[in-house]
Design a protein around this ligand. Structure first.
Ligand code: HEM
Length: 156
């Protein structure tokens, strides 16, 4: 279970890199398209027919950020209940909390562009919390729950 917990936390950390890469790919491609004379308006975006290098970055960002990462964060918290390491649940809850904030910010960016400042920075918090959760569980000794061995028993 500790390995699984650790693996899920590493997957979340890796997905943050995918998120940064995909949005840079999408926005870079969009800027290039406009510089080459292309025009992007609401109708084109909503038609889903915008075809430029990098357009795949937006759906990747939406799917990984709106589904894969939140799902993995919920799994991490569920698995944490079976991991006998102190703080495993706390750190899984912290990861889920910053992921929930990140997703909410992501869906609100188009209404309030200033939220993008927090969205970009909070991605770092998701990454750091996931890496910390993964490392501390794989390194800390499991909590001992069994009874003390007979060698510790008082003999008369
Ligand atoms: C934990 C990492 C991340 C998660 C979970 C996440 C999640 C999301 C979600 C759910 C959306 C809304 C997508 C939609 O409306 O279809 C979004 C949008 C956006 N995100 Fe992220 N994101 C993450 C990291 C980043 C990073 C590192 C950046 C850039 C530094 C970024 C920049 C943006 C931008 C510019 C948008 C608006 C464009 C769009 O809607 O596709 N995100 N994000």
């Amino acid at each position: 279970m500790r390995r699984f917990y650790s693996a899920v936390a590493w997957i979340i950390a890796g997905c943050v890199a995918v998120q940064a890469a995909s949005i840079a790919f999408g926005l870079g491609g969009m800027a290039h398209y406009i510089q080459e004379g292309g025009v992007i308006d609401k109708a084109l975006v909503e038609s889903g027919e915008a075809t430029f290098t990098g357009d795949l970055g937006f759906p990747i960002h939406g799917i990984v950020g709106g589904m894969v990462i939140p799902f993995a964060a919920v799994v991490l918290l569920l698995v944490a209940f079976f991991v006998k390491v102190r703080g495993a649940r706390l750190w899984a809850a912290i990861v889920l909390g910053v992921v929930a904030l990140q997703t909410t910010l992501g869906y609100s960016i188009t209404d309030m562009p200033y939220l993008g400042l927090v969205h970009g920075a909070n991605a770092l918090a998701v990454f750091l919390a996931a890496v910390y959760a993964a490392r501390r569980v794989s390194r800390s000794p499991a909590l001992r729950t069994e009874a003390p061995s007979s060698s510790n028993a008082v003999t008369t």
